[in-house]
Design a protein around this ligand. Structure first.
Ligand code: GDD
Ligand code: MN
Length: 348
């Protein structure tokens, strides 16, 4: 059976057409529709219940607007099909594509994505700004999330997958996560992802619910999903700025000699890196207590620290390279040895 999960918020005007088009598209196949409504003021849930006498519909009503992803996660808990689809209620996702997505899954795709960005796909009525933001957000996902690289439309809201993809990880899917497909792609178990082109149509009735703050929530979501190596690199970049800022201040603000300024700058950035990696990169999964972990972090980084300090001081003292530049080159060379050692000595 196919379960089609549809989150709704004020979609009363779209529901009847949506359901009848799904029914027509899936004629002859066993399916159920799982509507997760957030107590829409326009009475979407009442209409959904009414329609459930004519169509195979389950309705889950939640007390208030709790967000698109969390609605999908709740829908997953109710869905009984061994194949699951997620789509919007506003007909921007054409139900006529469902058989094609299903065919792909039957052919062996674990996840079949309705894609705006493969050949033949498109978006209707978007200006240049929205297009750039959409593409830029996908590029960001490719940079920060190795698992989604190569997938043209990882932020699609329309996709179908084998239930086994999320078996055992439904509890791990972040209901605050902004894009539920990213959650599935990063946390799910699958080997083949396919994309089917479609045109993301214009919303004909009602209004979009995804408004302000969208870009920031997306950024936070992608950072949250990024693997430790990526987060470690981001912390390293922040540490570089801290390191150079401290060095600059000591050298040019307080005229401290390079040998001392360099050492202090290194230590300050080391401590700030430790804290960031602890709370964020490795989520406090320490092998030992706090103080001991700080010491272990120094030990793990020792080779890097000494390389960095040695490079910085030699460049400045023996080759006359400017302070900040010497320090920066030292940082780059020292960084190379850090990741592997830190991870194996301090965190799980
Ligand atoms: N239950 C519930 N709770 N449903 C919600 C909520 C909520 O808080 N917010 C939105 N929805 C429902 C809407 O009723 C609609 O069915 C669907 O989620 C998508 O909301 P839209 O407001 O139409 O989003 P959009 O068109 O801007 O963006 C959609 O399409 C993009 C491209 O595929 C979303 O699916 C995006 O995630 C997607 O990237
Ligand atoms: Mn929409």
């Amino acid at each position: 059976m196919i379960s089609i999960i549809i989150p709704t918020y004020n979609e009363r005007d779209n529901l009847e057409e949506l359901v009848s088009r799904i029914d027509r598209a899936l004629a002859g196949l066993d399916y159920e529709i799982v509507i997760v409504d957030d107590n829409s003021p326009d009475g979407t849930a009442d209409l959904a219940r009414e329609l459930s006498s004519k169509y195979p519909i389950k309705v889950k009503v939640r007390p208030g607007k709790m967000g698109l992803s969390s609605a999908v996660v709740e829908g997953l808990e109710l869905a009984e099909g061994d194949v699951v689809a997620v789509m919007d209620a506003d007909l921007q996702h054409p139900p006529e594509l469902l058989p094609e997505l299903y065919r792909k899954v039957m052919e062996g795709c674990d996840i079949a994505i309705a894609s705006r960005y493969v050949k033949g796909g498109s978006v209707a009525g978007w200006g240049i700004v929205r297009r750039v933001i959409s593409k830029g957000s996908i590029l960001l996902a490719w940079i920060l999330l190795p698992k989604v690289r190569g997938i043209r439309d990882p932020s699609s809201g329309y996709f179908m997958f084998r239930r086994s993809v999320v078996e055992g990880v439904v509890g791990e899917l972040d209901p605050r996560g902004f894009k539920i497909l990213l959650e599935v792609l990063v946390k799910g178990k699958y080997s083949r992802v396919c994309e089917v082109p479609y045109t993301f149509g214009l919303r004909r009735r009602g209004t979009s619910k995804l408004g302000g703050g969208v870009i920031l929530s997306y950024l936070l979501h992608v950072l949250e999903l990024s693997p430790p190596f990526v987060r470690f690199a981001i912390v390293g970049a922040v540490g570089t700025v801290v390191n150079l800022a401290v060095l600059w201040m000591l050298r040019y603000g307080f005229s401290v000699m390079h040998e001392i300024a360099s050492a202090v700058a290194i230590e300050v950035s080391l401590l700030s890196n430790f804290l960031l990696n602890d709370v964020w990169t490795f989520r406090r999964r320490r092998r030992s207590g706090f103080i001991q972990s700080v010491l272990r972090y120094h030990a793990a980084n020792l080779a890097g620290i000494l390389t960095q300090y040695g490079t910085s001081v030699s460049l400045h003292r023996f080759l006359g390279v400017e302070s900040l530049m010497s320090q920066f080159v030292g940082i780059l060379i020292g960084f190379l040895v850090n990741y592997a050692l830190s991870k194996s000595m301090v965190w799980w």
